[in-house]
Design a protein around this ligand. Structure first.
Ligand code: ADP
Ligand code: NI
Length: 209
């Protein structure tokens, strides 16, 4: 591991030490490992992939009070540390977050976005979804709560969601959004797992088995 990767890892570890929003250090660490696996298959640059993965959530708006502050914090760090290829790493990080909806321009950015999206599906994705719903005070499921696409504007603003609804609102849509072939194949498997989980869930809910 290069010195710079070690420094980025140490920064991310200390940054997420206290997080409880589903973005703890282990999320970053899993994204890094998944991204490196995909990068190996796709023939991408491993250094740029790993740096992007390690820093991808530090710039996220949700950790700062003003827009673009996160990006500035990361830019300053990359500059101070004299990180090689810092412009590429920064532009990857800026476009990776899925709330931005942007597709990163570089292969390495696309790979980290795939790895980050894979975190929301599969076994870990299901666990994160139920953790999030629990922390938000949402029920795991309630047949009377509509999925967001079926809510009126007012219901949307005031209404609660459920963990199971989040599958239909977001998780089941992610496998179609993958950038790389390797990511797409991994997502297909995880997507099938989401569907099989929902099948079991509703069988149990309705007392069929
Ligand atoms: P990110 O910053 O990675 O795009 P979020 O902060 O939106 O993700 O979500 C973190 C995790 O919590 C993800 O796994 C996501 O699927 C889950 N999550 C987000 N919103 C909800 C919700 N309303 N109900 C259940 N899970 C959610
Ligand atoms: Ni992330």
């Amino acid at each position: 591991m290069t010195e710079m990767i070690k420094k980025a890892e140490a920064w991310a570890r200390s940054f997420f030490d206290t997080d409880s929003t589903g973005h703890d250090w282990f999320h970053t660490d899993r994204v890094r490992k998944m991204a490196l696996t995909i990068a190996g298959e796709e023939g991408a640059d491993l250094y740029v992939t790993e740096m992007t993965a390690l820093l991808h959530d530090i710039a996220d708006d949700k950790f700062y009070s003003s827009e673009k502050e996160g990006e500035r914090v990361v830019r300053r760090w990359l500059h101070e540390q004299k990180v090689q290829q810092k412009e590429i790493i920064l532009s990857n990080i800026a476009s990776v977050s899925f709330s931005s909806g942007e597709t990163p321009e570089t292969l390495e950015g696309k790979i980290v976005q795939d790895a980050d999206r894979l975190e929301a599906i599969g076994a870990i994705g299901i666990a994160r979804c139920f953790m999030y719903a629990g922390a938000a005070g949402d029920p795991m499921y309630d047949p009377d709560i509509k999925v967001r696409s079926e809510m009126s504007k007012k219901e949307y603003r005031t209404g609660k969601s459920t963990a199971v609804n989040h599958f239909y609102e977001k998780l089941l849509k992610l496998s179609c959004k993958m950038n790389t072939n390797t990511g797409r194949n991994l997502a297909k498997e995880r997507h099938r797992f989401l569907e099989s989980f929902l099948g079991e869930f509703f069988d149990e809910w309705d007392g069929r088995k």
